[in-house]
Every structure is written in C-alpha cells, then in structure tokens.
Design a protein around this ligand. Structure first.
Ligand code: ADP
Length: 455
C-alpha cells in the first residue's frame, strides 16, 4: 500500500492548517531516514520536485564518519550533492508528530539524474524489475524485534550505556499481562502507524525480558521495505516521546537472546496468485518455489552481509536461541535458517530467519530476491528438508560466523556482482571492511575487564 496522502490532499491539509511540516527523507546504507524538515508551503511550491543532500550520506557509518576508500564519493571527489527526488506515492501523515507529513525520496545523480546504483531503494527496485521480466512479483513481510528499556535514550547514553534495564523483569513471550504494562508505548506505535497507512497486524511480547515484536501485513517488496523503515523510525520516536529507549541492536547482551528480523516471502504470478503453491507438489510447493528457495539457500553466505551488517550482528547466531546457525530449510521448524510456513495453504511462504533486527530491509530484500531469481533462472534443485534439532545437523552449511567471513563471501559473489554490478558490491564490501577496521581499533569493556589486573 503506498502512502495515504495524494499531493492534492497535502495541499488541502496545508491550506486548512492541519499540516505545516513535510519531512523529505532518503534511506541511508544503515536503513535510516535522513533528510530535511520542510516548511509545508515551500515543499508544495518547489521542493516536491527535487531537493539536495551531500553525497556522503551513502558513504558514512552509523556515526556519520567520512569513511575513506569509496569510489563513488570522497574528499578527493569534493563530496558534492545528490538529488533527493520525492516519490510522491509514499506521501503520508506522521500522526505521532504534530502537523507533519513524510515523503520518501529516491537518490539521483546530480548531473545525469540517473538513480544512484548503490542507493538502497534503487537496489531493491532493480531486483523487482528483474523479477518482473520473469512475469513475477514478490510479496514480503519483515518482522521487527527490539528491546524496550525503562530509561530514556539520553539517560542511557549519559550512563555510558550501562543503565540498561529492560522494561520487564521476565521473559514476556506472548504475555498479555506484561505487555499491558507496555501499552503506553506500544498502543500508539500500532495506532499511529496504522493511521500512516502501514498495515499493522499486531505487536506481541517476545522471548526475553523487555523484548517486543511488531508484525506488518505482507506487501509488494518495495512497500514492505518502506513500511519497515518508517515503522522502525516511529518506534524510536514514540519510545523517545514517552521517556523510554528502544534498541534494534542484534545482540545487546551475551546472556540474552538477540533480536531478529525474519523475512517472509512468496512469489506471485501476473494473475495475482501465489506462484509458490501447487497442491500436487511436495508440501504443496510449486517448481517456482523449489527453484527460488534453492537459490536462497545456495547463495545464503553470499548475501549474509546484507542480513547481518555489523560485527555485533554475528553474536546473535548461537545454538538454542531461535537464531539459526545453519543455512538449510525445514518444514515449520524454528531451528533452521529457512522455515516453510503455511504448508498446504494459500499462505505458503518461506521465512528466512537469518536476518537481525539491525538489517537494512531494502538491501536484505534485494539481495534475497537476486538469489531467488538466480535459483529460478538456473532451475536449481532443492535438497530434502532438514528435520529435528537443526542446530545439531551434521554437514549442513553454516551461517558465516563473523563479519569478516560474510565480507569475503560478498566480495567473491559472482551472483551478486551479476545482479547489482561490481561498483555496488565493491561499495558495500568497503562498508563491511570499514566496520571491521573500526572495531579492530576499538578497546572494548571486555578486554579491559579481562586483562586490566590479570594480564
Ligand atoms: P507467525 O505467527 O508464525 O509468525 P504470522 O501469521 O504472524 O506467522 O505471519 C508472519 C508474517 O508473514 C506476517 O507479517 C504476515 O503478513 C506474513 N505473511 C502471511 N502470508 C504471507 C505470504 N503469502 N507471503 C509473504 N508473507 C506472508
């Protein structure tokens, strides 16, 4: 579902004094909204056509550092401008902020006005177009897991990130009593996002103290990624407005389970039927599903970087935590990397359980679609499903153990280079490398506590 405001609706709302601010945002490499807050009048007079941002926005790290080593942008290149081109189909109100609307922008080259190829939205649109050439579309849903904390972002930062008390004192998986106590944050999250045109299904307590899950109805892939990005942003702002913090770190404590972002996907034909379904196939699976899933599995290591982009992301992949360690598939079994859901029904789909809550949904969906498309093109065979406790499966391929391993697999991936082009893959391999370099320089709490006296 696109945005809920037409350009005419926006003009009417501005004239009536209901909207005075328009947020124009691009999505950065980390999946964050970056942009400008426009006076609404200037937006409808001129900025709706295009506005501009520094091209370092698609080459920074989480801390906005000017990372060196990118071919696309650098000090030597002068850090010029990109065009931010509002995609007016994404225009929507921001009900949790007074008088505010939001529009997502595509990122264009300042001179040629061509889409910047390593812009996350452009990468996803490119794979959607490749799938469309096969007469198919992808419908996706990303689950958002995160932790809700007692204190605010500022209090936690000022404590040196030590004052981390989750909002609940016990594992609240599916708990109604505990989640009732969290409604001051979670009810506005559901209702404001719904009013912003995002088809929220539910929120629930997850399997750890203070852990939450937000589910959004499956949608065409670009809408799914837009929904995820806006929802994650909203969760942070609504928590902030309530004096609380949330964290989408994949693993914030070694003795607690991590947060994931499972990706549900199915492929649809031009009659808007789920092309994964064939009642005569094993588990109700069509050949389309078998080939697509075989592609997802074969290239899992190649694209893991896009599901787990930081050093921290890899701390989540631990046995017995519901985060997978093996890239095999299974039928409704939460110990495998890929879970077949909705067996024998029209909701037949595959859930990829590898992604962490820290993923950028545009990159994750684009990379998975590229792998699935390759599976379809090469008519890859699907191995039989794994069963039982897949953590203990012998000879099953493993999720890369570290960001270094994932970076190497990304760099070497012929499949991803064919799908996105060398420049794009080199750009993200550099982003991965930078995360490794930055961490290698850091002296951590762990090292100090372990060695301060005893080394
Ligand atoms: P569970 O309770 O097992 O996690 P849900 O019913 O909550 O499963 O569904 C999980 C996600 O799967 C939801 O976001 C839902 O919209 C999505 N989903 C349902 N059907 C499909 C489908 N055919 N393709 C992709 N995603 C789907």
């Amino acid at each position: 579902m696109p945005g809920t405001l037409s350009f005419e609706d926006l003009k009417t709302a501005i004239a009536a004094g209901n909207i005075d601010t328009v947020l124009a945002c691009i999505v950065d490499m980390q999946g964050r909204l970056m942009g400008k807050r426009f006076h609404a009048q200037h937006f409808i007079d001129s900025a709706y056509q295009e506005t501009h941002c520094c091209n370092y926005l698609l080459a920074t790290d989480l801390e906005m550092y000017t990372v060196e080593g990118y071919a696309a942008t650098s000090w030597a290149g002068g850090y010029g401008d990109y065009v931010m081109k509002p995609d007016l189909s994404t225009l929507r109100p921001v009900p949790w902020l007074a008088g505010t609307a939001l529009v997502l922008c595509d990122v264009l080259d300042h001179h040629t006005h061509a889409e910047v190829p390593h812009a996350p939205r452009a990468m996803l649109k490119q794979q959607i177009a490749r799938l469309a050439e096969l007469g198919l579309t992808a419908k996706m849903a990303t689950e958002l897991e995160f932790f809700l904390f007692e204190k605010s972002f500022d209090e936690i930062r000022k404590s040196g990130f030590r004052d981390l008390e989750p909002i609940s004192g016990y594992n609240e998986d599916y708990h109604i009593l505990q989640t009732t106590k969290e409604e001051a944050v979670m009810r506005p999250v559901r209702n404001h996002l719904f009013a912003a045109g995002i088809p929220i299904e539910n929120t629930k307590g997850e399997a750890e103290t203070g852990q939450e899950e937000l589910n959004i109805k499956y949608a065409p892939a670009l809408d799914c990624a837009d929904f995820h990005t806006i929802s994650k942003h909203a969760v942070k702002e609504i928590a902030w407005a309530n004096g609380r913090a949330v964290s989408f770190l994949a693993k914030w404590r070694s003795d607690k389970v991590g947060s994931s972002s499972h990706i549900h996907q199915s492929i649809w034909n031009d009659r808007d039927e789920n092309a994964f379904c064939d009642p005569s196939g094993d588990y109700g699976m069509s050949d389309t599903m078998r080939h697509y899933l075989a592609g997802l599995i074969k290239y899992a290591a190649d694209y893991t970087y896009f599901l787990a982009p930081y050093i921290n992301s890899y701390k989540r992949f631990q046995k017995g935590t519901f985060a997978p360690t093996k890239t095999v598939w299974s039928v409704d079994n939460r110990t495998a990397g890929f879970r077949l859901c909705g067996e024998g029904t029209k909701a037949l789909r595959i859930e990829c359980r590898i992604g962490g809550s820290d993923l950028n949904p545009y990159l994750a969906l684009a990379a998975q679609m590229a792998a699935g498309i390759k599976g379809l093109q090469d008519k890859l065979d699907l191995a039989p499903p794994a069963s039982g406790d897949v953590y203990e499966a012998k000879r099953a391929a493993e999720v890369p153990h570290t960001l270094r391993d994932a970076r190497d697999a990304l760099r070497k991936s012929k499949m991803l280079r064919e799908a996105f082009g060398d420049a794009v893959i080199d750009h993200y391999a550099r982003a991965a490398e930078w995360e490794i370099e930055a961490f290698d320089r850091a002296v951590t709490d762990y090292e100090v506590a372990r060695g301060f006296e005893r080394a």
